[in-house]
Design a protein. Sequence first.
Length: 117
Amino acid sequence: MKASFVKSPGWFWAFLLASLFFIVAYVALVIFDEVTPGNLWGLTFGTVATLLFVAVGLYGIRRHTMNKSSKLKLGTAHTWLQVHLYGGTLFLLLMFLHTGFALPQGVFNWWLWCQSG
């Protein structure tokens, strides 16, 4: 029997393709423009990261409401776990792209960074 750390190859490849897309977009933007948290590109990365953060957070709500979510057919536990794992990792990448890989400055920004990481 062959052991593999990837239990869902489809999710893994989708994650790799999305990561590659965002990294290539970031590199192209850095070459031709500037990426800061306040400009269009930084806000785009931040918005996608926020949407992923919400999706990842819904996993906890789904776990506590399994009876209702199974009756409503909101997806399998496996699907939710994959969204949680791969979405959370992609969120972290997008958070770094949003900030331009810069460390936060100020107490409030450090607090926000520590809460999301």
